[in-house]
Design a protein around this ligand. Sequence first.
Ligand SMILES: [Zn+2]
Length: 498
Amino acid sequence: MMRIKLLATPAIIILLFSLGFSLRRHPAHPPIENTSIWQNYEQYKEPAIQHRMVKHADMQPLITKHVSSGLLRSSVIGSSVQGRDIHHLIAGKGKIKVLLWSQMHGDESTATMAIFDIFNFLAAKDDNDRFRQLLKEKLELHFIPMVNPDGAEVWKRRNAMDIDINRDARSLTTPEARLLMKVADDIKPRFGFNLHDQNILYSVGSSAKPATISFLAPAYNHTREMNEVRQDAARLIVLMNHTLQKFIPDQVAKYSDAHEPRGFGDTFQKKGISTVLIESGGYRGDTQKQYIRKLNFYALLSALYAIASNAYENEKVEEYFAIPDNGRSLFNLVIRNAEISNENLRYRTSLGINYSTSVNISERRLNYRGVIEELGDMQNNYGYDEVEASSLVSLPGKIITMTKAEWEKLSLESEAQLLKQGYLYIRFSDQRSPTGPLQNRLLNLINGASTGARPPGLYQYPNFILAPPEGRPKYAVVNGFLVDLSKEIRPLPNTYGY
Ligand SMILES: [Zn+2]
């Protein structure tokens, strides 16, 4: 008897071990990676939303569409300071309640776009029916898209009282914060998703990679303890991180977990709602955040599916802590080792250029204004764009004079020719020229005489030429935008009238 037991035990252990292993490899519910959801995304993407500056009025017909199709139950739970309806949308009939809310900061719309893509996915019928059926059967999904419609209307962070709604979870001064809190208190969700955008200059640790997505399992106290509630949020993050690494390798980071008792994530975590913060950051070339929207859509679906199938329980909390922290090593443009001549000084150094933005609400466009924000050793900094300029010297841009009528007739090709000759500014000979952002142009306008003659300097507007000594211009930097003069030249997002 004893002999048999001794022999049998290792065999049973091996059997159980391999069974468990095969269950993990072949779970009853295959993971999102085994579906065609990523490949089919264009079928789910909401075509009525093409740009980041989504407004409250854009959502209304989309909500109506999904309510009349029977996907969503919708109620207006109250209104914003300026009287815009706040919608509470419910999908699914499962036992596990999940609350997702977006755009409590009015200029952070990426997840709002993704939520309408998720609605289209849930409403579709195709070879992913098993996946969506599981979500609808196991989950009751509660959405509050665009918590801050007044901020969204003018593309600003705060609400119409100029209060940050995500710093209002404790005092509940704003109607928007009170509504979000009331929904959470009424439905008592098991999970929460707090959906935001972050500065695109956040990097993954000190690397050159942007933090395209950053996650946080917010802390419920100052000592940042981990309980089961917070651990489940961390497990979901580990799962989403695995999902995203395939598409954005090394571009996922972790947001600071300093406790913020005024924040909704921290407050909900304390209430026992496992809450995940998702911050959409930057991705090279994706100024409208349409690729990051797709990443949001996919990561959120992977998390919801993991909740519906309990798959998140297999994830290891330690892996959450292994995700690199958000860093600040990125600039919009880095020029390395350029020669600067400034009066009697001549030296080589690097320049870091960033853009500040202003909003043109009627045209739903952001205008950019470059500023030189760093000068010096930038070996540990990186740019979305970079130039190695160790064989180049920086030169002030030249000014060409013409009439306003001549400027109006100037073609893009003619402006490109002027850039190649080192001109960065046009001065009108017959009147003052307009100031502020200029669209569809390559050159700036200038009224004063001196600006053009200045070498690049700290906190100045980045307008200069880079050329080999005694050679023809190789690059132009116009309003902080890099133009490679040896390549096809396209209009810049905007130049500037000074
Ligand atoms: Zn935010």
